[in-house]
Design a protein around this ligand. Sequence first.
Ligand code: FES
Length: 56
Amino acid sequence: MYVCLCQGVTDGQIREAIYEGCCSYRDVRENLGVGTQCGKCACLAKQVVRETLGEV
Ligand code: FES
């Protein structure tokens, strides 16, 4: 599912970024550009990051 429509970023991509070494929402944002335009996705994106970090 798309988390960030502006940048076309899916929750799968966010998970992947974390498995590949991102360890915070900030890292993910810098890597994928999620939340860098309208910012509406920030809340959901943070949630996906938190959930994924809890799994790894
Ligand atoms: Fe992510 Fe707009 S939906 S910045």
